[in-house]
Design a protein around this ligand. Structure first.
Ligand SMILES: *[C@@H]1O[C@H](CO)[C@@H](O)[C@H](O)[C@H]1NC(C)=O
Ligand SMILES: *[C@@H]1O[C@H](CO)[C@@H](O)[C@H](O)[C@H]1NC(C)=O
Ligand SMILES: *[C@@H]1O[C@H](CO)[C@@H](O)[C@H](O)[C@H]1NC(C)=O
Ligand SMILES: *[C@@H]1O[C@H](CO)[C@@H](O)[C@H](O)[C@H]1NC(C)=O
Ligand SMILES: [Zn+2]
Length: 243
């Protein structure tokens, strides 16, 4: 079966498409990416209008409860001196290059790699979503049920993780793929923050891993319009999306 990323459709249209194909019974999971205080208005890395995704996501949950087998909330969960924090790189620009050895260990003053296996471009961010701080909590306004699966990412201090599936070097996977397979999930509806980073990387990973992938644009907001637009264009071209 062809696995596509569908993006920009209203959710009702997506559900219609899913239900239309009666020859293939799909198990659908709703993925809610990083709807945490740090990314909402008032947070240290606030996404403009980030709070406006919350009622849309809550509505998807309640309206399509019968069609959604599993709800997953991802949670950005960083060490207080995380490598992605600009505060850890005084004097650096907005973007730096990080080098890792073949085991995925950062090459720095404590690990002079004999051979660099990976260079990663790292965008530097304000301190955000630090482990066990209120900033890392999900918004109180987001519907959250005990049966939801919570997947934390970015807790390795030396490598960032935009995707909820694996870190930016692809060194280590989270439990997400295994849990989805266990639940027999084959289609993902992706929502949350931010459209141009964690939603985008999660959607691309989802497609790579073989899930039928849907991104609900009204349930996402970008950090900047430009990167948001290019993320959508990229998801469309690589995913053969019909919007
Ligand atoms: C290197 O190790 C020392 C001692 O453990 C530590 O204090 C320092 O922060 C480390 N440097 C980096 C860049 O991690
Ligand atoms: C990593 O970057 C360095 C310098 O920027 C370059 O010399 C090296 O070839 C790159 N290594 C890889 C694996 O891309
Ligand atoms: C943040 O979430 C944790 C775990 O769910 C909870 O114990 C704590 O009270 C929350 N903190 C705030 C400020 O809401
Ligand atoms: C939750 O929703 C209420 C009512 O819409 C709003 O006043 C409040 O600011 C929201 N809080 C958060 C944390 O989004
Ligand atoms: Zn982060």
């Amino acid at each position: 079966m062809q696995r596509n990323i569908w993006c920009g459709l209203k959710l009702s249209a997506i559900i219609f498409i899913l239900l239309l194909d009666l020859t293939c019974t799909r198990q659908i999971a709703l993925l809610i990416i990083d709807v945490q205080n740090c990314f909402l208005p008032g947070g240290s890395l606030a996404v403009t209008e980030g709070d406006q995704v919350i009622p849309v996501i809550n509505n998807i949950r309640s309206e399509y409860k019968a069609d959604i087998s599993l709800v997953v909330l991802s949670q950005d969960w960083h060490c207080s001196d995380h490598i992605s924090f600009a505060s850890q790189h005084k004097g650096a620009g907005q973007v730096i290059q990080l080098s890792y050895d073949k085991s995925g260990s950062l090459c720095d003053e404590n690990n002079s790699c004999t051979e660099v296996a990976y260079n990663l471009t790292q965008h530097l961010w304000p301190d955000h979503c630090v482990i066990n701080t209120p900033s890392a909590n999900f918004s109180h306004n987001l519907t959250h049920e005990p049966s939801d699966l919570v997947v934390r990412k970015g807790y390795n201090c030396k490598v960032d993780s935009y995707s909820a599936f694996y870190d930016n070097g692809g060194f280590r996977h989270t439990e997400l793929h295994d849990k989805l397979k266990e639940a027999g999930i084959d289609a993902l509806i992706i929502t949350g923050l931010a459209r141009d980073y964690c939603v985008y990387y999660t959607a691309m990973a989802s497609k790579t891993l073989g899930y039928e992938t849907y991104v609900v644009l009204d349930a996402t907001r970008p950090v900047t319009k430009e990167t948001g637009d290019s993320a959508v264009a990229d998801m469309k071209s690589k995913g053969n999306i019909k919007c």
